[in-house]
Write a protein that binds this ligand. Sequence first.
Ligand SMILES: [Zn+2]
Length: 235
Amino acid sequence: MADQLPEHVRSLVDEIETEIGEDGHEAEGRLRSELIAGRLELGAPEDSGAVEDAVRRILAEIGEDPDRQGLLRTPQRVHRMYTELTAGYHVDPARLINGAIFDVDYSEMVIVKDIPFYSLCEHHLLPFFGQAAVAYIPKGRVIGLSKIPRIVEMYARRLQVQERMTQQIADFLQQHLEPFGVGVVVEATHLCAVMRGVRKPGTVMTTSAVLGIFRSKDRTRAEFFAHLERAAPGA
Ligand SMILES: [Zn+2]
């Protein structure tokens, strides 16, 4: 399956799974976005398949002319874009965590927050995006910090509902680290809520998943949420 991925999707999956450009996550994320934008702009030739036909039908259905100049390559661009935005389905968790779980005698809370993500709501195929915060209390095993944003990315680049994505991130850490507990909080803006219907820009949805000690101990959960309210250093 993975071997049959188009090259542009394969390279995205590789980026999530491996340590390319490990220094400077923000620059890396920007670069990646620019690369994707650049690739879309170039609109490299691709097979005109079922997806392209379907997009042409949508264009015609909404009253557009699929043959006018600006729309000529839109079906290919849309096809390419969706394969990139859903590249997370192809990420191999074993490759992602490869060699980055360490035995460490440390049992204080580890928190990674302000992790940006972009996902697609499965009900409307419109983006929802925001930040994730991930915490766990190790039971002898920790995971390399750089891996946590990649775990978020793996689940964000799929068709999602925010509640499930939040739970999947928590379950993944629980399964692979077997820590004392995991807490995940996701805050996101949903374009399907902002652009249509209620029209309340700024509406942010918050979801959380707490496992183990984060669920059973009020004090642990409170410590986690207190960390989230504190502004990041330098912010
Ligand atoms: Zn939606």
